[in-house]
Design a protein around this ligand. Structure first.
Ligand code: KG4
Ligand code: ZN
Length: 345
């Protein structure tokens, strides 16, 4: 079986070809046309520009994905596409392309929730697949969720952010520190510089909701706390690595603490880290150390770096498991598919 995956929910136009043989998933191509350099000038994603770029990039990305996979469209069995959540003007590019191609190639469309897509990145190209029950921590620019799965395509949200997402906290604090967009990778770089040279950080930032009884998160207070620190510190521009370390530590400690709390309660066989922030080395290390020592029965799955930030391979992977779990095997007629910017899980 071959699935063409399409994704355009934010600022990446992506197309990928997935091959499935005896339930083994293999990515034959994974094309991502990123707009990061364009939006970096404005310090964040400008929806109108993103939409126009998607229109230019989506068809060439699809062509390239098929070419690299060395596959003709006649061999495809389905098109998987992100239905939401995301920016509506961005989502439309992949959705409208999928509808046209579905009509021309006479193959069905499998709509996928973007957040679920991030989880299914963990089922690609790994020697071993996560085993149920699974808890996933999805940390991206738009979402921070802890999701429990007892089987494929069965999701229970056990924790979520009450305000900003973890990636958003990285992006917004980076902006306050005069750093470029996206903030995650650059804060991570400076934080590592600080770790390499110094031992003690003198900047204390809050770990919001870390002691709350639930599994929810709140990151908006971090911005405010940082703002007050910067206002009081005339020398802050000379202490960028230390500030980055303080921000990153607050985010990582909070994410790790709540993840461990969820593992303690639900005792999952696997813990999956997913989403753009899953590319963060310090977070990967913190979760590995803590889970391995405190919960050795829970196996941690860290997705391949190529599948952490937005991509279409994860969308194709999720679509396969969605189709596999679906009892009636019928498909939504393509003309009925609509983008849903607020699609829930
Ligand atoms: O999943 P993603 O590509 O898009 C959304 O669905 O939002 O995630 C993008 C987010 C951004 O907020 C970016 O700052 C963050 O992921 N990110 C990182 C790293 N790489 C990307 N955050 C921390 N460390 C990184 N290395
Ligand atoms: Zn995403």
């Amino acid at each position: 079986m071959y699935i063409l995956g399409l994704e355009s929910s934010c600022d990446e136009s992506a197309a990928a070809v997935l091959e499935i043989k005896q339930h083994k998933l293999k990515i034959l191509s994974n094309i991502i046309a990123s707009q990061i350099n364009i939006h970096a000038r404005y310090g964040g994603v400008i929806p109108e520009i993103a939409a126009r770029e998607h229109v230019l990039n989506i068809l060439p990305s699809i062509e390239q994905a098929l070419q690299e996979a060395n596959l003709s469209p006649q061999k495809l069995h389905a098109i998987a596409v992100t239905q939401g959540p995301g920016l509506v003007s961005s989502l439309l590019a992949a959705i409208e392309s999928s509808k046209t191609l579905s009509a021309v190639w006479q193959i069905p469309i499998i709509p996928v929730n973007h957040i679920i897509g991030h989880i299914y990145a963990a089922f690609i190209d790994l020697k071993q697949s996560p085993k149920f029950p699974i808890i996933s921590l999805i940390v991206s620019g738009g979402h921070t969720n802890l999701i429990l799965m007892k089987e494929h395509y069965n999701f229970k949200i056990i924790g979520e952010t009450r305000d900003d997402a973890a990636g958003e906290a990285y992006d917004k604090t980076a902006k306050m520190l005069g750093l470029s967009y996206p903030g995650g990778p650059i804060i991570a770089q400076y934080a590592q510089k600080f770790r390499d040279i110094h031992k003690k950080c003198d900047i204390e930032l809050p770990r919001p909701m870390i002691h709350s009884k639930d599994f929810d998160f709140s990151f908006s207070g971090l911005k405010t706390a940082l703002l007050y620190k910067l206002k009081k510190d005339k020398n802050w521009k000379k202490r960028i690595p230390e500030y980055c370390f303080a921000v990153e530590s607050a985010i990582i400690e909070t994410l790790t603490h709540k993840s461990l709390k969820a593992i303690a309660k639900y005792q999952p066989k696997s813990f999956v880290l997913a989403g753009g922030v899953a590319a963060n080395k310090a977070l990967r290390k913190s979760l590995s150390q803590e889970i391995n020592t405190k919960f050795p029965k829970t196996k941690l799955f860290l997705p391949n770096l190529a599948y952490t930030t937005d991509n279409a391979a994860m969308i194709a992977s999720a679509a396969y498991f969605k189709y596999y779990k679906q009892k009636d095997k019928s498909f939504l007629p393509y003309h009925k598919l609509k983008a849903d910017p607020n699609l829930s899980i």
